[in-house]
Design a protein around this ligand. Structure first.
Ligand code: PMP
Length: 354
């Protein structure tokens, strides 16, 4: 068909499976196994649907204000979007507008190269070392911008904030985005660096630590001028990205800090226990500071374990990609879910090795 020559062609990002069947153990998309804060339920139950006839607040003022208060910045420094995917995509479009390549690790969130391709942004992936660590020097050359997930996904590894700071410091002529989707699970945020650098954008999400992947809320914090450019792009796209229910649910979540702290602590506690047990079963993994563990078995291939788990209706994530094909990314579920998975792995591996 002739018109196809004129179509913008993209190779889309492939999201983790959302199985339709019930009674599966779903450890493949880093969702939180616990519900959102009780206040979220309350505002949704009491929502006045008559309000839906109106457009939502295009500035998302209320949610930006509670976030600003929570993170000790001013509301003009906060941008809110439909999940951090929306925020990141908009940030790529806004800030990465150079002929020079943007830089990011070869093993990282696999949406980055998709957005770069979509917006025709040149990019160069920088190889993580054999321990999946960032090689700082790789980010000290000329570039059109930098994006680093910290902690990284799918490795789970945290780069020290001091290293990230050196990268930001050396790249003040471009925007450096730090994607902190997983930072609440024991990582260290770069937010304090905002006082020193106006070229830093920190992006976080409600999808993991706030148990609200289904509501689609993400946000960015940065210098006011930086955020104003992001708003210009957003308002050139769609003024009403955030719907009323998401805004109300988001506000209720941020207001309950005690619940947030408690939920995150539960996930971390389970993660640390599962690390020990996976280790005993012969798995090796980088030391995760996230709500998942990126683990490889010392003798059995990643594909084999992935298939065996799937047969048991235990979903984890596996990529058939160089350097990581033997790894499985296992999200931290409830203690019960993790025990079922560990119990199965124990008998499966014993039978394979025995
Ligand atoms: N960044 C990273 C590193 C992620 O793993 C994810 C989750 N897929 C996201 C951003 C996007 O999450 P969300 O759009 O749900 O906020």
């Amino acid at each position: 068909m002739k018109w196809e020559d004129n179509v913008r062609k993209v190779v889309p990002y492939v999201a983790g499976e959302q199985p339709k069947e019930k009674n599966v153990i779903k450890l493949n998309t880093n969702e939180c196994p616990y519900p959102p804060a009780p206040g979220v339920n309350e505002v949704l139950v009491n929502m006045d649907c008559k309000e839906f006839r109106k457009y939502p607040d295009p500035d998302v003022t209320e949610l930006r204000e509670v976030l600003a208060h929570r993170y000790q910045v001013n509301p003009e420094q906060v941008f809110v979007g439909v999940g951090s995917d929306d925020v990141l995509s908009m940030a790529f479009l806004t800030y990465f507008n150079s002929d020079k390549p943007i830089l990011f690790p070869d093993i990282t969130y696999s949406f980055y190269d998709v957005w770069a391709d979509l917006y025709r942004i040149p990019y160069e992936m920088q190889k993580l070392d054999e321990n999946f660590c960032i090689v700082k020097e790789d980010y000290l050359k000329e570039n059109g911008g930098i994006i680093i997930a910290n902690p990284n996904a799918p490795t789970g590894l945290m780069t020290p904030v001091s290293v990230i700071e050196e990268i930001i410091q050396a790249n003040q002529d471009v925007v450096v985005i730090v994607d902190e989707a997983y930072v609440d699970f024991g990582g260290e945020s770069c937010l304090p660096l905002l006082k020193k650098y106006d070229n830093l954008l920190v992006v976080q999400t409600f999808s993991k630590s706030r148990s609200m992947a289904g509501m689609r809320i993400g946000f960015a914090i940065g210098n006011e001028k930086l955020i104003s450019y992001l708003n210009d792009a957003k308002f050139s796209f769609n003024s009403y990205t955030m719907n009323m229910t998401a805004i109300a649910a988001g506000v209720a979540s941020v207001k309950d800090d005690a619940y947030f702290t408690e939920t995150v602590a539960k996930v971390i506690q389970t993660r640390e226990r599962v690390k020990k047990e996976l280790h005993e079963l012969g798995f090796v993994f980088p030391d995760s500071k996230t709500n998942f563990i990126f683990a490889k078995h010392q003798t059995v291939s990643g594909q084999e374990i992935f298939d065996a788990l799937r047969n048991e209706k235990i979903y984890v994530r596996h990529w058939n990609k160089p350097r990581i094909e033997d790894y499985l990314r296992i999200s931290i579920g409830t203690d019960e879910e993790m025990d079922t998975m560990l119990g199965f792995l124990k008998s499966y591996l014993a039978q394979k090795q025995g």
